[in-house]
Design a protein around this ligand. Structure first.
Ligand code: IPE
Ligand code: IPE
Ligand code: MG
Length: 245
């Protein structure tokens, strides 16, 4: 039976988050400059987006550029930014065809102006998408996000709009950039690295974590479906005992 048919349609995660890692190593293995890995990673983004839509995932968050990635060589950063623009131009038709809405998290106001313009265009053009919301994490870092949320809370407190006793995890979550979006039930990281790299630290509190050695440019629909099947075999206890479930 093919892997997609093994998926239980009644237990599909609403939200899947992916740390798309291993582009550089994919290229280096072939004796190519790192940027070829990024270029070849675009196909895996398309595959993951289509796979998610096909099985009824509602939110797909993709870690595309972290607050720490500014430490990379300028040439790599510039090429990544240009690739983002090129990818939006090439993929916008597909996103519309697949009824995908595109949004972003992260501090996009610090991205190059032409990238911001292109993102705004893509967000507007796809705003009617209902099947899947793809959330691109760009210049995203969880610590910056949590710090920013705390700053907003302090401002509301100072203005008398929030009192200290009404602050709860639910209220706090409403100040994060993911406000209104359910927490991911599943996190996938490719390339064999087993860490979170400052991704969605708050939202992943109870996510199932799935690590695969596959390098991002090689990540296929079947790899995505495999992760879903593995997720469906996990027992999510949320602090309870097995017997209670
Ligand atoms: C992930 O691939 C893409 C980004 C972080 C932008 P990497 O570029 O981190 O690839 P490796 O980890 O060096 O192989
Ligand atoms: C995490 O990958 C960021 C993205 C995938 C965008 P990195 O490759 O930057 O993470 P580290 O530095 O290996 O932890
Ligand atoms: Mg990496």
């Amino acid at each position: 039976m093919d892997i997609k048919n093994q998926i239980d349609k009644n237990n599909v995660p609403q939200h899947v988050a992916i740390i798309m890692d291993g582009n550089g190593r994919w290229a280096e293995k072939r004796g190519l400059p790192r940027i070829f890995g990024h270029k070849n990673g675009v196909g895996a983004v398309r595959a993951a987006t289509e796979a998610a839509g096909e099985i009824g995932v509602k939110f797909l968050t993709l870690y595309a550029f972290s607050t720490e990635n500014w430490k990379r060589p300028k040439i790599e950063i510039d090429t990544l930014m240009n690739l983002l623009i090129e990818t939006i131009d090439n993929e916008i038709g597909n996103l519309n065809k697949n009824d995908v809405r595109l949004i972003t998290i992260g501090n996009t106001s610090a991205l190059p102006k032409n990238v911001q313009t292109k993102l705004k265009y893509a967000i507007d053009k796809t705003s009617q998408g209902k099947t899947l919301t793809t959330i691109l994490a760009l210049n995203y870092g969880a610590r910056a996000e949590i710090t920013e949320a705390t700053r907003k809370i302090l401002t509301e407190y100072r203005n008398g709009k929030l009192d200290e006793m009404s602050l709860s995890p639910e209220v706090f979550g409403g100040y994060l950039q993911t406000a209104g979006i359910p927490d991911p039930e599943l996190l996938i990281r490719t390339s064999g690295e087993i860490r979170l790299s400052n991704f969605l630290l708050w939202q992943l509190a109870y996510a199932e974590l799935y690590f695969t050695p596959v390098l991002w440019p090689d990540f296929s629909k079947d790899d995505f479906f495999n992760a879903i099947v593995e997720y469906q075999h996990r027992e999510r206890r949320f602090g309870m005992t097995s017997e209670q479930l």
